[in-house]
Ligand binder design. Structure first.
Ligand code: HAM
Length: 495
């Protein structure tokens, strides 16, 4: 966990003597000099929880703000913590649109939605294989001295829930989730410290039919949002390829996860460092050479030539590619032995979605994890799934000009023309809302010009004016904004 000590306590000469201004990077509090909060603040400033803005900017410090009392004036940083996002309405519309598509696609395949707490026990995410995700954990001790963490991914929580449900649930389980995950990442395009992930997982199916179905769902999603196989592809491999090589050199099974994590770094660190790390965990030089050679294979035929056709790696991959053809997405997938994935728990097929222009990091990724449940003390069950982040796909859609134009849309704007008609307008709004119509209600006295401007901004279809003379006759004035046509409508007939 990165910790960054904050600088504290600068006196501001022009403030009244009873007040000291404390600067914490760009986070400021005005605190009375005699305040009892001063000491708790300085303790908190050394908290290991400091988000440690690290490389430049952003809000620092995990300080508990002092309780608000009359004597405390706070000037806060209006930006969210580095790497996190606010979702003002325009961003929220986009997020809702994206999540709606995630959910629609999942439901098309008969998956049920689940969710888990964002805060989990830290132990759930501690694996010993040296994964990057462990160093990126937002973890701390809660007030009851329990070690907890903000989830960096959803899979361990899903495994926990499957174990908890035991045999009471009917297998196979087909579950999906859309949830926020937290990783203390170095920020790059599409990589943030907080992101949302769409996950689909199948528990209880040992055959690669499950992986084939999952990939078909991702393709359905891509097509739904306008992305084609010329924009995006999947690189697919199987960890069983590595397993077969390691077995042939009698490398103990226990090292498998560690070796995968080392090999996954192949594009991030120099090859000599990879070889060194492999050596350190006990992989001989010859075995390392062969592993690296196998990883460069990009065709199934070549792989079969090297490994022979008898093993599970080849038969799984062949079956998967043949199913992809039947599902109708063979043009989206390609074999690439270099795909290993950075999580220790995968045991079989692994895949990653990538943009063909190579501008972005992985769009999504997943695979089979048949042994994860037993690492938590449960009985193993065949399982596979994928995670699909919200950030990279938005970048890609932007890049391709495929972002939808989402405006606020309210069907009616109802406006009281007179202060005495506020109650009347409110009753009109209630009546329409009860009929399922969306209504923006304007009760404050505003000039008509203002009301028309607002109607245009919220894309209202009708303007309903509640004026005295019409109201006395049980009528309201209804203007269809697209055509400008205006009529008086009896209240009872207002639909
Ligand atoms: P992952 O590859 O670590 O896999 O993450 C899956 C996806 O989440 C990535 O491909 C990316 O779209 C998104 N993602 C990950 N980290 C970030 C980040 N810092 N900022 C933005 N987006 C990010 C997993 O998490 C596995 N648990 C997936 C899985 C589910 N495997 C089986 N079931």
């Amino acid at each position: 966990m990165l910790a960054k000590p904050c600088s504290l306590a600068i006196l501001h000469p022009r403030l009244p003597s009873c007040t000291r201004q404390v600067f914490l990077s760009n986070f400021q509090f005005l605190i009375p000099a005699h305040s009892r909060y001063r000491s708790s603040l300085s303790t908190a400033a050394q908290s290991p929880l400091d988000g440690g803005a690290g490389a430049g900017g952003g809000r620092t410090g995990a300080l508990s703000p002092p309780p608000v009392t009359d004597e405390v004036v706070q000037k806060i940083d209006v930006n969210p913590p580095k790497g996190t996002r606010d979702f003002p309405p325009e961003e929220m519309r986009l997020r809702n649109w994206l999540f709606h598509n995630f959910r629609e696609v999942s439901r098309l395949s008969g998956f049920e939605e689940v969710d888990f707490p964002v805060l989990e026990s830290e132990a759930l995410f501690i694996r010993k294989a040296g994964e990057e995700i462990r160093d990126q954990l937002y973890c701390f001790e809660d007030r009851g001295n329990r070690r907890v963490a903000l989830r960096p991914e959803l899979t361990p929580s899903l495994a926990r829930l499957v174990i908890q449900k035991g045999k009471s649930v009917p297998f196979p389980l087909k579950w999906f989730a859309v949830g926020q995950c937290w990783r203390y990442e170095r920020m790059t395009r599409g990589r943030r410290r907080e992101h949302y992930q769409w996950n689909m997982d199948i528990i209880g199916v040992p055959e690669v039919t499950a992986e084939a179905e999952l990939m078909s769902s991702i393709v359905t999603f891509f097509k739904k949002v306008g992305i084609s196989s010329s924009d995006v592809g999947f690189k697919v491999s199987s960890r069983k390829v590595l397993q077969e090589v390691l077995r042939s050199y009698s490398v103990p099974e226990i090292l498998f996860g560690k070796v995968c994590i080392i090999i996954d770094k192949i594009e991030k660190i120099p090859i000599d460092d990879i070889k060194n790390e492999l050596k350190l965990v006990g992989i001989s030089e010859v075995a390392a050479e062969e592993l690296l050679q196998v990883l460069s294979i990009k065709s199934l035929e070549k792989l079969e030539e090297v490994l022979g056709g008898a093993g599970e790696a080849i038969s799984d991959l062949k079956q998967l590619f043949s199913l992809a053809e039947k599902f109708g997405y063979s043009d989206w997938i390609q074999f690439d032995a270099s795909v290993v994935r950075g999580l220790a728990y995968y045991t079989g097929i692994v895949f990653e979605g990538f943009d063909r222009e190579g501008k972005l990091r992985a769009i999504c990724g997943g695979g089979r994890y048949d042994k994860l449940l037993s690492t938590f003390g449960g009985d193993d069950l065949p399982a596979c799934g994928f995670g699909f982040g919200d950030a990279v796909i938005i970048e890609l859609l932007k890049e391709k000009g495929l972002l939808p134009n989402l405006n606020q849309q309210v069907e009616n704007i109802v406006c009281a023309l007179d202060k005495n008609l506020q109650g009347a307008a409110a009753s009109v709004a209630t009546k329409l809302r009860e009929k399922g119509q969306t209504v923006d209600l304007v009760l404050e006295s505003k000039p008509l010009k203002w009301v028309f401007k607002r109607a245009a901004r919220i894309n209202a279809q009708r303007l309903i004016l509640v004026g005295l003379s019409e109201w006395q006759r049980g009528m309201v004035s209804v203007k269809i904004l697209a055509s400008g046509e205006q009529t008086e409508v009896e209240l009872a007939n207002l639909e």
